[in-house]
Design a protein. Structure first.
Lengths: 156, 155
């Protein structure tokens, strides 16, 4: 098995990336549209999930609309040798939805990025305080989003 | 807020994988102790009203062979609309936000994510944005992932 994504998988993803049919038999309906048996649709989606090419087959929620109005991108200056240890601690918080290490530059020394989502700013702040206490880290910046210019799902 | 407890229960479950069986909503109906028809009707309602952006595959761009990065730019206040419009033209841009440091000043204010079919395309698009705006685009690609899973606590 090569890593190359088959054209037919690409065709399948392109067909459903705007949304699966919300019907009793969505996979059968996808198959009908693409001329593919239902079993093949299911098997291909299983393989895409197992290979990690598709992270999830799930709902993307308009979080602001359901009241999760606060988000904070919090960036941390973490010594290289502590990145693995603190990355795991940060990822352990339910409100931390993303946690990544990224490169540093002369004018940018914050290497660990956490995205925090909460119902209120206070909830986000409390998570940041808890991370500080658990890791002993003190050099961080909270980046609040002032304006959203674009937010769409990643398409292929 | 017009979501019922039933809606919230469905919404919470929908953030994890939809079962890969012939009747996935029937499967959910057993898990959630709700009627299949109700589940389908409520999901349609939540999509129509915009609570659910979409029920679809969440693609791992890198595993699909694509390259992605988080980019940051220092945009002068009076050019924010112009520059954000240029950045948003690119289909590979999925997020673009104006951000401000709360406790400390940061050198960049516009933050966007971009993916492209490979590293070469990614670099050339970022370069193109630099050329078109005359601004420096700082690329901060992920070097290590500890968590990626936007699932929210739904009360």
């Amino acid at each position: 098995m090569t890593n190359k994504t088959e054209d037919i998988d690409i065709k399948l993803i392109k067909h459903i990336q705007e949304g699966l049919p919300v019907t009793k038999t969505p996979y059968k309906d996808i198959g009908l549209a693409l001329g593919m048996p239902e079993d093949e649709v299911i098997q291909r989606l299983k393989n895409l999930l197992e290979s990690g090419k598709v992270r999830r087959l799930a709902a993307s929620i308009a979080h602001r609309k359901i009241g999760i109005n606060a988000n904070a991108m919090c960036v941390w200056k973490v010594p290289k040798e502590r990145v693995d240890e603190v990355g795991k601690i940060m990822a352990g918080f339910e409100e931390v939805t993303h946690c990544y290490e990224r490169p540093i530059y002369a004018d940018w020394e914050y290497n660990v990025f956490t995205m925090i989502h909460g119902y209120t700013d206070a909830e986000c702040e409390a998570v940041i305080q808890a991370i500080k206490e658990k890791t002993g880290l003190n050099d961080y910046v909270v980046l609040y989003s002032e304006k959203e210019f674009k937010k769409v799902v990643v398409r292929i | 807020m017009i979501l019922s407890d039933t809606d919230r229960k469905i919404l919470h479950r929908l953030q994890s994988n939809l079962p890969l069986v012939s009747r996935p909503f029937l499967e959910l109906s057993k898990e959630l102790d709700l009627d299949e028809d109700i589940i389908i009707e409520r999901i349609k309602f939540m999509i129509e009203k915009g609570y659910v952006r979409r029920l679809a595959p969440i693609i791992n761009t890198q595993a699909m062979g694509r390259e992605a990065t988080l980019a940051a730019v220092k945009v002068p206040e009076d050019r924010i609309d112009e520059v954000s419009a240029i950045i948003n033209e690119y289909s590979g841009v999925s997020h673009n936000y104006l951000r401000k440091g709360k406790n400390k000043h940061i050198p960049y204010n516009m933050w966007f994510t971009m993916s492209a079919k490979d590293d070469e395309e990614l670099r050339s698009r970022l370069k193109e944005i630099e050329d078109r705006t005359g601004l420096t685009v700082r690329s901060l690609p992920t070097t290590k992932k500890f968590k990626i899973g936007v699932r929210f606590k739904i009360y």
